[in-house]
Write a protein that binds this ligand. Structure first.
Ligand code: SF4
Length: 226
């Protein structure tokens, strides 16, 4: 008998939960954002780390974040920073010149409009420079522990491969996942899919032999890769 979509979602979430729930966020196989969150518990650093992570590999995000926060760890400090020094510190990430200017700008807006604090609502976050839906949702989840669905490349690819959703853009994915993932899991979904995407369901050459979802994964069935 075919498995229902709800049952597939349940199987995926419980398997990922067994793998990653309670995993050490400071372990080497963790993600840059989980580490920043665990080490600092600072929504400002989560916001800046997420902006740095845009179109950048996780490892480079972490290097750049550490170099940046060693000197500029508050909106006030970053708002006054020498942009060339910021560029030098964040050079490992993509578009570092543009991002250096935007980091200063976002820090200034935080000071001018939010009293130096990072807002905790989607509506306010999305108004900040260089902040789109994924970054806003990352701040809500990692910075404030609120239920939101940040959709990055892993969160978009994996549920589509599994056949849980059929979407073309991250925006569609966010809406589709919101319909099928129980709300209590939202705070975990990004971290779990990112880790699973780095370790098992890689963008190229997924390790299907190490995956427990081959019995219903659409990608595996269609391509028979492993
Ligand atoms: S079976 Fe392969 S393609 Fe499907 S989710 Fe697992 S690793 Fe990814």
């Amino acid at each position: 008998m075919p498995i229902s979509k709800a049952r597939k979602v349940e199987l995926v979430l419980s398997d990922l939960g067994r793998r990653y729930l309670g995993a050490d966020p400071l372990a080497p196989d963790s993600t840059a954002l989980a580490r920043i969150t665990a080490e600092t518990e600072d929504p400002f650093k989560v916001l800046i780390g997420t902006i740095l992570s845009q179109r950048t590999r996780d490892e480079m995000t972490e290097v750049a974040s550490r170099q940046l926060f060693a000197r500029y760890s508050t909106p006030r400090a970053l708002a006054r920073a020498d942009v060339r020094d910021v560029q030098r510190r964040i050079k490992p990430v993509g578009f570092y010149r543009q991002k250096a200017r935007k980091l200063r700008e976002v820090s200034r807006v935080l000071l001018d409009r939010h009293g130096g604090k990072v807002p905790s609502t989607y509506e306010e976050l999305i108004e900040l420079p260089q902040v789109g839906p994924k970054t806003a949702n990352c701040v809500l989840v990692y910075g404030y522990g609120l239920q939101a669905l940040p959709i990055d490349t892993h969160c978009h690819r994996i549920p589509n491969r599994l056949g849980l959703i059929r979407t073309k853009t991250p925006e569609e994915t966010e809406k589709a996942l919101a319909r099928i993932v129980p709300r209590e899991y939202w705070v975990n979904v990004n971290e779990w899919f990112v880790r699973f995407g780095k370790e098992v369901c890689k963008p190229i050459g997924p390790r299907c032999g190490e995956c427990g979802f081959t019995s219903f994964c659409a990608y595996y069935r269609e391509r028979g890769k492993g």
